[in-house]
Design a protein around this ligand. Sequence first.
Ligand code: GDP
Ligand code: MN
Length: 383
Amino acid sequence: MDLFEYQGKQYFARFGIPVSPGGVADTVDEAVAAAEAAGYPVVVKAQVQVGGRGKAGGIKLANDADEVRLHAGNILGMDIRGHVVHRLWVEHASDIDEEYYASFTLDRAAKQHLLMLSAEGGVEIEAVAESNPDAIVKLHVNPVDGLSLEAARQAAVDAKLPERALDGAADILVKLYRCFTEGDCDLAEINPLILKPTGEVHALDAKVSLDSSAAFRHPEWEEFAATEVLDEREKLAKSKGLQYIGLDGSVGIIANGAGLAMSTLDVVNQVGGKAANFLDIGGGANADVMASALDVINHDENVRSILINIFGGITRGEEVAKGIVEALGRVQLRAPIVIRLDGTNAEEGRQILADAGIPAEQLRSEPTMLDAARAAVAIANGN
Ligand code: GDP
Ligand code: MN
């Protein structure tokens, strides 16, 4: 779950990371009130989950209430790379001497946490990685040992931060690491991390992505979930309790179990196709769940064929078949189905599908996952 900047800053503050005082605003009047509380000058910042807001005109400095009115009025409703601004964050403006970059992520291949630190902040880190990769210090952190203040300070030295920024930066890195680990983040990024003329180091932006698998131990995340940005397909899937991930291809995939769904995705790629999504109906899915899954897939305009891959264990073939028949009776599917049905009661399931008299151009059955993927990709690619 990705957080907005203002939520990321709230989260940072819990771990003692210094951020500027400010407030959220959904209207121009609220923006003025937030500015008065924060103290002028202020920055008015568009709250959208996309980078480069500054360049797009979504971040403006304001010295008084009139300027806040002007900028807030312009930014609210603005479209920033496909994201419409509904909310602002107004904070006390900072004086900046230098801008750095700092982030923690998980390096799965190394089985360690990864700190990335650079004295070249404020710009997209991908651009730095391309033009000047040596300017990014990468430090693996063993999760068992954690990150010591000494190691953090050394990373700041290696990244060529100036002497007067070292202590402040090291202190924030240790706190950011705690936020990343104890706070169960997939990503905790500060860009820019700034050095003020006073010598203080401070987080001017916040990009936080929370690991949804850890939500059970964070009841306080509920307020973040309330503002989570989901597309229509994701909303529908969530309301029906399905595990759904939207992708950009044209083959809609329904499988029982995340492992099988991922394998199906691989096989679709292997035979030259691209998945439009990834929908796991879980174990023991009944007819209703299957029908809901087809409903969700049907809302995806990019879907040109639907590949259903079921290897029944506790999921029973006849339930899957009943769900398909029910869905076909209820909605006009935008694309034909190719199904591979195997495992528990597969024979009964296939019989139900045959008895339903569904035309072959709407549904066909294939004996293996590979055959089914080939057929679905052929339809999606228009051959
Ligand atoms: P992003 O462009 O979406 O990543 O938004 P940021 O919050 O990182 O802000 C972009 C840039 O705006 C920063 O790199 C700063 O140069 C500038 N900026 C943001 N807040 C302030 C501020 O309080 N004071 C000053 N002087 N510049 C700011
Ligand atoms: Mn930024």
